[in-house]
Ligand binder design. Structure first.
Ligand SMILES: [Zn+2]
Ligand SMILES: [Zn+2]
Length: 158
């Protein structure tokens, strides 16, 4: 489904081709609505890398953790009107996204780029350290209670 009105600033949303996936992006604030599965399609099919500066910015954000104001940054799902869950992408990326488990994801301005940068960074780490990591992140290995989200994320990169 597509949305016409931005969930954040009520500006007009337009169809935007992001690496081959059509998303709805607000033309005033840059926020984006992604239907279920579209984020996965983008991160899996992408060919362009984010510049190093974006990777740096993203990693700095990951170290800083969740900013407190994000806790109250809720928006309602445009389809079911439920408040979307505020989630830290890949558990500790520091990229805070809004998720409706049934319908899709809301990303504020630059969050899509931050997610891509985060994946770029870990993907290149993963290719360098595949051997060292493989024992810990092979499918079926026991996830620690705290690390399961990150392990799942790293596995998806290998
Ligand atoms: Zn907007
Ligand atoms: Zn919904």
């Amino acid at each position: 489904m597509s949305i016409q009105t931005c969930l954040r600033c009520k500006g007009p949303c337009v169809h935007h081709n992001h690496e081959g996936v059509i998303i709805d992006r607000c033309s005033s604030c840059g926020g984006a609505w992604l239907d279920q599965g579209e984020l996965e399609a983008i991160v899996e099919s992408r060919e362009n890398s984010q510049p190093a500066s974006m990777v740096q910015e993203t990693l700095k954000q990951a170290q800083a953790g969740i900013p407190e104001e994000s806790q109250k940054d809720q928006v309602a799902c445009p389809k079911c009107a439920m408040n979307m869950k505020v989630v830290n992408y890949a558990y500790d990326s520091g990229v805070i996204i809004n998720v409706c488990p049934s319908h899709g994801i809301w990303l504020d301005s630059k969050e899509l780029e931050h997610i891509e940068a985060y994946r770029d960074h870990w993907k290149s780490e993963a290719s360098k350290r595949r051997a060292e990591w493989s024992e810990h992140i092979r499918p079926g290995s026991t996830d620690g209670a705290t690390g399961s989200g990150l392990l799942h994320f790293l596995r998806s990169l290998l």
